[in-house]
Unconditional design. Sequence first.
Length: 269
Amino acid sequence: MKMALDYAVLAQYGGIHTKPSSESVRDISLLELIRPEYGKPWLEIYQRHLQAETTGVAAVYVMHTVRGLLAAAHYMVSRCGTYVDLSLTNLSIQMQLNDSGAPQLSFVLHKTEERELVNHADAAERRQMLEQFYVRTLGPIIEGLAAAGRVPVLALWKQLPGVLVYYVNLFKGGLSCGEQDLAEYLTADLEAVQSFSSDVFNGKKNPFDLEPVYIENPLNAEEPFRMKDACCEFYRVSDGKNRKCFTCPRMTAEERNARAEEMRGTVRI
């Protein structure tokens, strides 16, 4: 049975829309984004609007939007067995400014023809589809952003492992296609990604093959926080006010203890 895609899900969790916004101040195709002569000037514009310290910080911040493609790919392949083309030739990224002037990024999907996996129950077919997405879409975007922002490729890949786990758990919790409960496919496909060869990532290791680090939750000891695998650079943009996230791997023990006490002070009994 064909399970049609829910484009509201793609918009909410993937930041993917089927029509461009008339309020975009600077859009760019993904094919242009990965080319330094086009990607670097676009990233510099984004940096200025973001008020980020460097283009490297801006490159990391773009990953906060790129992770939507990751969510969309797993939603479509693992959950639905129905997908649309998420290739570089079929996507653009657009930049809008909110009321305070801060930039908001989202994707525009140009063609929406839906296709079905030959056999959704075949784990090997789903693995192949996801591997193609990682190699042909995610990899080039990350390498292009790394070159434009002069940041390590691995630093950008590491923005994604914890996010993928989050989305898999979210989608298992209720987002479905049709009436079938296919949560086990999401888990199996997450494990498949974690077992990809390092060649998929054009590097020495698979950035998804890692042991998560957990830290104490000052507000609920029974639900520890997962430490981020890499800094999201929030503290280096204007909105961050020079404050690292509590789960930032760059935070020292002293800084985290002080923040924990601050967080406990916000709880009223």
